[in-house]
Design a protein around this ligand. Structure first.
Ligand SMILES: [Ca+2]
Length: 197
């Protein structure tokens, strides 16, 4: 962070005892603030995956200037013992893009159908004020983040049907069975449920 500020505060949570707070009120390349979650697992690369849903609560209590937005990125990475590479990201804007200003209550934002790159194994959420998108509209509060991934129902069903055909073929040819691939599901969340004081 630079110029702006980042904190976990206890004064105005959406739920629980605390909330994340970013603030930046001055323009210029050195004036910004950002907050990044821990990385969370997406499950093994190459496995069938359902689309992700991200949900969070936000409140922009100050007057939001035209064109100002806080940018949230869901970032997808591959990972090995020697490297970690950004493979893709989903960008979400709140602020003038969502028509919010001088909010007196939190709103919940839910984004569905986010597709992770096939080779991604971990992801994080990066919340940014005044880097790619201008933000000199003061405080932005966030709480109650969650990321879920549905089991890949439709694809799993098709895959299972194909696998059954293949197994039938193999059974005829080789006289033995192969195990069915298992559909995977993940879920994770992070929030500021506990006071740090
Ligand atoms: Ca909270």
């Amino acid at each position: 962070m630079g110029g702006g500020s980042v904190s976990i505060d206890n004064d105005d949570p959406a739920t629980g005892d605390s909330e994340f707070k970013l603030a930046n009120a001055a323009s210029g390349p050195r004036k910004h603030a950002d907050l990044r979650s821990d990385m969370f697992s997406l499950g093994p690369a190459g496995e069938p995956r359902g689309p992700l849903t991200i949900s969070f609560a936000y409140k922009l209590p100050d007057k939001v200037k035209p064109g100002d937005n806080i940018a949230l990125y869901v970032q997808f990475f591959d990972q090995s013992p020697t490297h970690i590479n950004l493979l893709g990201e989903k960008k979400i804007l709140v602020g003038s893009s969502t028509g919010d200003s001088a909010m007196t209550q939190y709103k919940t934002m839910t984004i569905t159908n986010i597709l992770a790159p096939a080779n991604a194994v971990v992801a994080d959420i990066w919340i940014v004020a005044n880097v790619d998108e201008p933000w000199i509209s003061g405080v932005a509060q966030f709480d109650d983040f969650s990321v879920t991934a549905a089991a890949p129902q439709a694809r799993a069903t098709i895959f299972a049907a194909l696998a059954a055909l293949l197994i039938g073929t193999l059974y005829v040819r080789q006289g033995r069975k192969h195990p069915l691939p298992m559909a995977r599901c993940l879920s994770g969340s992070f929030s500021t449920g506990t006071s740090r004081r």
